[in-house]
Design a protein around this ligand. Structure first.
Ligand code: SF4
Length: 347
């Protein structure tokens, strides 16, 4: 298409250690667009339902979308999809951050990976080029160390890396893919599929902006959203407090906060793990994704006994509920540490 896509899809066969570029017709993009729809197309067309999710024949799809990079707030996401090791059926996880816009600037709308490398590898996709690189030095490392080592190897501190940690390498069936140590494709066990292919990471970097038809109406809409998103009560709460700032208290008051393995819907120490307490004790700054004014992400830090590293972001509502009330735990610093470790190991 003239606008919004690069018109190029990278295909990598790790068994053969080869790669090629597909350039689909405009009708393909108009029919399957990007993200989940594009991933579904390839998986349903090319893979039988019986494919082993952790075998070399599974197809792993990283797919961006036509609006990514347009400047529309929230249009920064990407899908990672494959036959899921959790369900044996189609599975996918979505994440924001910066990886998806960078993939398009590097010259590709999607990356399709099949086969299994004999030894650990990572993909280095930059300015229209695809390289399969040795990842022996990265294997066994968490996401932070992986990011640092790849930055050093490609001599670029702005490289965007989507990686697996130890959970993906060891084929934990709910392992995630994590980008920039904090943006997580968290569903369906896509990290385990990466691990099964001996694929440690996909690093992307590009300097070629994708063309968008920047009509006055589009510019007006983007500006209107930036000026008015705080008028909406949910957007305002997400901006001011993140998901932890809203859901823990709201759900506890409504009697539906997951508590003690779902035996209860109310946690007597909900105040200890809520957004207000988090902001008073461990919050250092808000974070976000490319082009998004909401900035709903939280960044946590603690120099206390748990030593929480801000590199890995901070807890969402799900973290506070899953490690907190659901387990009967009210130590918010420990919950922040659990969040850090999950993003390190890609759990
Ligand atoms: S900052 Fe929050 S609202 Fe904005 S794109 Fe990222 S996850 Fe979505």
């Amino acid at each position: 298409m003239k606008y919004g896509t690069t018109g190029r899809i990278a295909r990598v066969d790790l068994t053969r250690q080869s790669h090629r570029v597909e350039e689909p017709e405009e009708s393909f993009y108009r029919t399957f667009f990007g993200g989940s729809a594009l991933a579904c197309y390839y998986l349903l067309k090319e893979r039988p339902a019986s494919v082993d999710p952790l075998g070399p024949d599974n197809l792993l799809v990283f797919a961006s979308s036509p609006l990514v990079g347009s400047g529309i707030p929230g249009a920064n996401r990407y899908t990672v999809a494959a036959i899921s090791p959790l369900t044996g059926f189609y599975g996918e996880g979505e994440a924001g951050g910066w990886w998806s816009p960078e993939l398009k600037r590097a010259g590709f709308d999607a990356v399709l990976v099949e086969g299994r490398a004999e030894k650990p590898v990572y993909l280095w996709i930059h300015d229209g080029q695809i390289e399969i690189r040795d990842a022996a030095a990265l294997w066994g490392k968490g996401t932070g160390e992986t990011q640092r080592l790849i930055e050093k190897e490609v001599a670029d501190s702005k490289v965007r890396v989507a990686a697996i940690g130890q959970a993906g390498e060891n084929l934990v069936r709910y392992a995630c893919v994590v980008h920039a140590m904090k943006h997580t494709n968290g569903r369906g066990g896509m990290g385990a599929v990466m691990g099964s292919k001996n694929l440690k990471a996909i690093a992307v970097r590009g300097r070629q902006p994708v063309a968008f038809k920047e009509t006055p109406a589009l510019k007006r809409m983007i500006k209107w959203y930036a000026d008015h998103f705080m008028d909406h009560p949910i957007e305002r709460v997400l901006h001011d407090g993140g998901t932890i700032g809203w859901d823990v208290t709201e759900l506890d008051e409504a009697g539906i906060l997951p508590t003690r393995n779902f035996h209860s819907g109310s946690f007597e120490k909900a105040d200890d793990i809520c957004g207000k307490t988090f902001h008073e004790k461990y919050f250092i700054e808000a974070g976000g994704c490319q082009g998004c004014v909401v900035r709903c992400k939280r960044v946590a830090r603690s120099d206390g006994p748990w030593q929480v590293d801000p590199t890995y972001g901070g807890p969402e509502y799900e973290t506070a509920a899953a490690f907190g009330s659901l387990c009967g735990v009210s130590d918010l610093e420990a919950i922040c540490k659990a969040h850090e470790l999950c993003n390190t190991y890609t759990l």
